[in-house]
Every structure is written in C-alpha cells, then in structure tokens.
Design a protein around this ligand. Structure first.
Ligand SMILES: [Zn+2]
Length: 381
C-alpha cells in the first residue's frame, strides 16, 4: 500500500473516532516497550545487541504513530539505553491506561542453529508448548537481574517450568484482541518479506501484569548472520517499524469502539451480558441431568474471568456452556449421554481448535469422575 493512501486511511480513522467519542482528550494509548536495556543487553549477535535493535524499532514506530495519528498517544517504557524492571514496564502501561501494549524483542538461538530466522508474535496464552516455554523462560530470566525478584514476583522462578503452569489458568480477558493484533503484526511482517513463524501464546511475565491487549514481538533472529544484518540496517528497522505501524492502523480500524476506551466499564458490561445469556442454559443443564445417566461434555477453557458468549476466544464454537469450580469458570462445548458421540465431536470439531480440550462428566448436575462415567455408559449398553 502506498504511503499516501495509508496516511489518508489513518487520518480518516483518526477523525472518525474523535468525532464518535465527542472529546479530543480521550486518545487511544499505545505503550511501546523496547525489551531489555542498560546492563541487560538481551540477546547478543556477532555485531549487535538486542537492546539497541529493540529501541531503534520502537522509536521509529513511535515516530510513525506520532506523525500520522493525532488521536493516538505514545508512551514509552524506555526511550534511552537504561534498565527498566519488568514490573515497572507493566506499571507504566497500567498507569497510562493503555489500550494496547507492544513489547519489542529480538530472538536468538544457539549458534549451531544459526540458520533459524523469521518473526514471531506472542500473546499471553492458554496453550503451552515446550518451545514457547523456552522463549518465555529466556525473556523472563531478565528478572533474575533484579536482586529482589523473589519477593517482587512472589516466588516466580523464571527457570522453572512449574512457574508457567499457573499461566494456563490466567487467561487474559483481552486475549481475543491480543491475538487479533498479533495476527495483524505477522501479516504485515510477511508483507516485507520476513519469514512468518506465526502467532504464539506463552506466559511472558511482562504481558501477564498488564491489563490491556498486549503482544510481544520478536523482530527476527540476531543469531542468524543475514537476519542480524537486516536487523541492524536502516532499511530493516524502518521496514519492521512500518509493518507494526500498519498492523496498529488495521487493528484500530477494526476494534469495536467499546474497547477503545474505558476498559473497566467494558468488564462490567460483559458480566451483565453473560449472566443473562447463560441463564437459559442453566435450566437446560438441570433438565438433562435429571435422569441419572452421566452427561458428557468437552471442557475447552478455564478462566478466572467471565468471557462473553460470542467472544473470539471460543473460536467459533457455539453454544458454549459453563460451570464453576474452585473459583474458576470452566467453559464447555457439547453435551450428550452418549460418550462415543462426544468423543467424535471432540476429535472432529474441538481438538483442531483447542488441543488441550478434555471430556468431563456430570450426574444430577454434579461433576463426577469421568472414568466412572464412561464405565456406567458402557454398562448401559
Ligand atoms: Zn528479549
């Protein structure tokens, strides 16, 4: 897309949202968070350091936003080569009441894998894979530099896999928007001939502590000599900054107006909406479980927060039901007394979308041991 068109698009949108909101001081706030800094260099390449690449791209991105979008306020977690603790970065974002948090990093792998290259964007997520865990550990290990990390992060050990299990249940209410923006970033990176290594979900500490849609961008691999040259070049950093800028414009253009400001109001709104939408389903559950056959369901998500029924987090599965257990809200899809039917639905429809989904069972409205339920089902036949 040519620059003039992009500029017009941006100006048009800026005008629209100011007009719609009716006040000019209610700007969309983007926090740019260049990873590492000061005595923490991040990944080190043959010629350059991650901290400098991150800052360079962040400042270019910030300039693009400030020069083109009057209705967006840019807040930096650092604009110079200094060390900023992770919790301070999150605090800066939360205090700014940011609408979007973009953490900018550069990746690296061991020298024997120096062929690896490409861009990745992470969101705080539900699904952990070994590989994601490695990246999360590496980026989080910076907290070891802070001498009081043990008390500050409540015993969180960035090198322990167990510490990340907690993230599984900390699904962020902003997940759908975070994934949405992350996808746009990757799409635009592809537009400047970067290898697309996709959108991932991982438990990054800096993202966990923010209360707004947030992503962590890995610009490329400093461990790959070709990519390092690109990351250190004027052209490379400009292209990468421009790609994230385009993603931001796309995102802002499509995000519902209710999400643009007043995040807390939104939560209340969702809660209200949910109690009414789920009420009718409660009755249905009662009816189905009246007879004493076990009812099988597929659990897809668990959250400590209410998720809107039509949320993208359900990846198009509908209708979604829920039950509460141990202070968590657990979301389920499908229900039937026929275990085989539920198993087929799980394999065909659910597994491709939620690879950690599992079957649970209820009897007379009470959750029961699923193995026992399967046994009872088989005895019925
Ligand atoms: Zn980093």
């Amino acid at each position: 897309m040519n620059i003039l068109y992009k500029l017009l698009w941006c100006l048009f949108f800026c005008f629209l949202s100011v007009h719609a909101e009716g006040k000019t001081d209610d700007r969309f706030v983007v926090v740019l968070d260049p990873g590492h800094g000061g005595n923490d260099p991040g990944a080190i390449g043959r010629k350059g350091k991650e901290k400098n690449i991150n800052l360079n791209v962040a400042v270019k991105l910030g300039n693009l936003i400030e020069n083109n979008c009057k209705d967006v306020r840019v807040v930096y977690t650092r604009k110079t080569d200094k060390f900023v603790p992770l919790h301070t970065r999150a605090e800066i974002a939360n205090n700014a009441k940011a609408n979007l948090f973009i953490s900018i990093h550069t990746n690296a792998v061991a020298r024997k894998n120096s062929g690896v290259m490409g861009t990745e964007t992470y969101t705080l997520g539900l699904h952990r894979t070994e590989e994601n865990l490695e990246v999360a550990k590496k980026e989080n290990s910076v907290i070891l530099i802070e001498d009081d990390y043990k008390q500050r992060y409540a015993g969180f050990n960035p090198n322990s896999s167990e510490s990340y299990i907690i993230f599984e249940f900390m699904q962020d209410k902003n997940m759908a928007q975070s994934v949405n923006f992350a996808t746009l970033v990757q799409k635009n990176f592809k537009g400047c001939n970067r290898i697309d290594k996709g959108v991932h979900q991982a438990g990054f500490l800096v993202l966990r502590e923010t209360s707004m849609p947030s992503v962590l961008v890995e610009l490329g691999y400093i461990s790959n000599p070709t990519e390092e040259n690109y990351l250190l070049s004027e052209r490379g950093t400009s292209e990468l900054a421009n790609a994230i800028f385009k993603a931001l414009i796309n995102y802002k253009n499509n995000v519902p107006a209710s999400l643009q400001t007043g995040q807390n109001d939104r939560v209340v709104e969702l809660k209200k909406e949910n109690t009414s939408t789920f009420k009718t389903q409660d009755k249905k559950v009662e009816k189905v479980t009246k007879d004493s056959k076990p009812v099988f369901k597929i659990q897809i998500l668990a959250s400590d927060k209410v998720i809107a029924k039509n949320s993208r987090q359900f990846k198009g599965l509908s209708p979604v039901d829920y039950y509460k257990e141990n202070g968590m809200i657990k979301y389920t899809y499908a229900e039937d007394t026929d275990y085989n039917k539920i198993l087929r639905i799980k394999r065909k429809t659910v597994d491709p979308k939620f690879k950690d989904a599992f079957i649970i069972a209820f009897k007379n409205g009470e959750k029961m041991n699923v193995n026992q339920a399967i046994k009872e089902f088989k005895n019925q036949k």
